[in-house]
Design a protein around this ligand. Structure first.
Ligand SMILES: [Zn+2]
Length: 417
């Protein structure tokens, strides 16, 4: 049994699409369905590739609305980290399930996650049907004496993610940041990730303090330091990058790493500098878009971040043509980075796509890409399909009431409500 879509609009043409075994088997004006196919009538709906939220901490839905409006380090050290010490697998599982509901409702089909109890994240991803790269943060307080323990924890976590995950949740490494890790741990991650051929996610150059601390401790800028410890490569996602300079961006491009910009979270935490996207583009850096965690955004609606990204960049270089809607959508669908794996909709590509409501007022007139980036929110998504499976149809997702109730219970149990 496959999934088929009839009469959808793709780039101005009316098309059909059929999925089998998780990939797009056929796509075109005439697509034959089979007798036992689930068929979606998509008249007046547009086909769009799924969005890729390339940096988040999904289970932090539990923290939403808790300790807002604080500086980053005060927020982390005094409010977030003490509660995170008390969290267990079930907290992370239900927090992530809630995040998955929000992402499915707003068109995200794949996300990159960094969070504690990452095997519980992987289990939630499998149950929700989304795709994700999941990894537990590695932190040793920049103390080499704590490195061995932190690295063995990361190794154990990797095994547990693999056991809990399956086809949809892939494991990775998540060294938290250069200011929370010793050089020993960073070098260990670089070696293990290469040996196991696994992706790495790290926060880099988010704040001016981080940049100043790196210059003081290592005598070089964050990207140069990361390169020296072996972590700047084609398998690495660098979240934020606000304070990177041109030389760092050129090095990142040379090494093939991906920078993921999180414009809304950067604005909310007032980091004071916009990711220098146009310089990164000139240097040839692969770029993705993320929400960052729902504790610091607080939304998981990636279209809102796409609009903020485009507007900030235009304003930054005082040029309204600096970033177009089409380019913004390419970034938001993971198509500007080989690592993020976004693809055009075509036979053989993973069957991860959305049907958006062309009759909604925000999309009824004008070009689709401009409508999606500048006018619409995730609520225009009618149907979300991942690996050929419809996770939402007509904006209905199964089991939402239970997920909301369980997430509320877990937040209350942690004293967050
Ligand atoms: Zn983050």
């Amino acid at each position: 049994m496959g999934l088929a879509v009839r009469d959808a609009i793709l780039e101005g043409e009316t098309v059909g699409l059929r999925c089998e075994d998780g990939v797009i088997a056929s796509l075109g004006p005439e697509v034959r369905t089979q007798q036992d196919d689930e068929v979606i009538d998509a008249a007046r709906m547009a086909l769009v590739p799924g969005l890729v939220n390339a940096h988040t901490h999904a289970a932090m839905t539990l923290f939403r609305g808790f300790a807002d409006d604080l500086p980053l380090m005060e927020w982390l050290e005094r409010h977030i980290w003490p509660v995170e010490k008390r969290m267990d697998d079930d907290d992370v599982y239900w927090g992530t399930r809630l995040a998955c509901v929000e992402m499915i409702r707003t068109g995200t089909t794949c996300f990159w996650d960094m969070y504690w109890h990452a095997h519980a994240t992987a289990r939630a991803v499998e149950d929700a049907g989304l795709r994700a790269v999941t990894a537990a943060p590695l932190i040793d307080d920049s103390d080499p004496a704590k490195s061995e323990r932190a690295c063995s924890d990361a190794e154990r976590s990797l095994g547990r993610i693999s056991e809990a995950g399956g086809l949809m949740a892939r494991p990775g490494f998540a060294p938290h940041a250069i200011y929370t890790l010793s050089e020993r741990s960073l070098r260990w991650v670089a070696e293990r990730a290469t040996e196991l051929d696994l992706p790495v996610q790290i926060h880099l150059s988010e704040t001016e303090d981080e940049l100043a601390g790196c210059l003081e401790a290592h005598g070089e800028r964050p990207a140069m330091y990361l390169d020296r410890v072996g972590l700047l490569g084609p398998g690495t996602v660098l979240a934020h990058g606000c304070w990177l300079d041109r030389a760092e961006l050129e090095l990142i491009a040379e090494r093939g790493a991906t920078v993921v910009t999180n414009p809304v979270a950067n604005l909310k935490l007032a980091v004071g500098r916009v990711f220098p996207y146009t310089t990164a583009r000139e240097a040839g850096v692969a770029v993705g878009l993320g929400t960052d965690g729902p504790g610091s955004n607080n939304s998981l609606d990636l279209l809102a971040d796409a609009k903020t990204f485009a507007l900030l960049q235009k304003n930054e270089v005082r040029d309204p043509a600096a970033v177009t809607a089409m380019e913004t959508l390419e970034i938001a669908t993971g198509r500007c980075s080989r690592l993020l794996g976004g693809r055009r909709l075509e036979p053989g590509a993973p069957a991860d796509f959305l049907l958006v409501r062309g009759d909604d007022p925000e999309l009824a007139l004008g070009k689709l890409d401009a409508g999606l980036v500048y006018a619409a929110a995730g609520a225009v998504v009618d149907t979300t399909v991942v690996a050929g499976r419809a996770l939402m149809r007509g904006r209905v997702i199964e089991g939402v009431e239970e997920i909301v109730a369980r997430a509320r219970e877990r937040a209350a149990g942690l004293g967050l409500r």
